[in-house]
Design a protein. Structure first.
Length: 163
């Protein structure tokens, strides 16, 4: 990745139902003034769309991919297998196993195909956006400044004493 190039973050999810969680990525990136796109790509139901998307990541100026998925949660790993751009996986809570299945699926990648795995659900979605910002901040001073400002305001919001 080139210094000071305006890469965007790509937020992808396996289905419409994942958007309830993944929209928190959008909100966090908007607060940091980071460009992003949002798409639905199912590893199982739209494999051609997945392949086309992952094959064009570099051409489409995507610097980091945040992939949210539930259940078998193969989306982050399949994307990571097709691109060398950083992929951050957000396990979406499932009905049957409360997201543990998603977490294990995303985190248990074979050697050589890394996926950065975040927490299950809302915290994972927000932290994925912050981690994406942190990665891009290595190449963009404006993002670095926004992220440092955000972190400082978070620190200042913690009271010193209980009331």
């Amino acid at each position: 990745m080139n210094k000071n190039k305006a890469f965007k973050v790509s937020i992808v999810m396996g289905s419409q139902s994942d958007y309830k969680i993944m929209k928190l990525c959008e909100k966090t990136l908007k607060n940091l003034s980071i460009k992003f796109e949002t798409k639905i790509i199912s590893a199982h139901r739209t494999p051609k769309r997945l392949y086309e998307y992952a094959s064009n990541v570099k051409k489409n100026n995507i610097g980091v991919i945040i992939a949210g998925a539930g259940g078998s949660a193969h989306l982050p790993g399949m994307i990571a297998a097709l691109t060398s751009r950083p992929v951050l996986g957000v396990p979406v809570e499932s009905k049957k196993l409360k997201g543990l299945d998603s977490l294990l699926s995303i985190s248990q990648m074979p050697r050589g195909i890394p996926v950065g795995t975040l927490a299950i659900g809302e915290d994972g979605a927000i932290n994925a956006a912050l981690l994406a910002a942190s990665i891009l901040s290595n190449y963009n001073q404006k993002i670095r400044n926004k992220l440092e400002s955000w972190r400082l305001s978070q620190t200042k919001s913690v009271k010193r004493y209980p009331k």
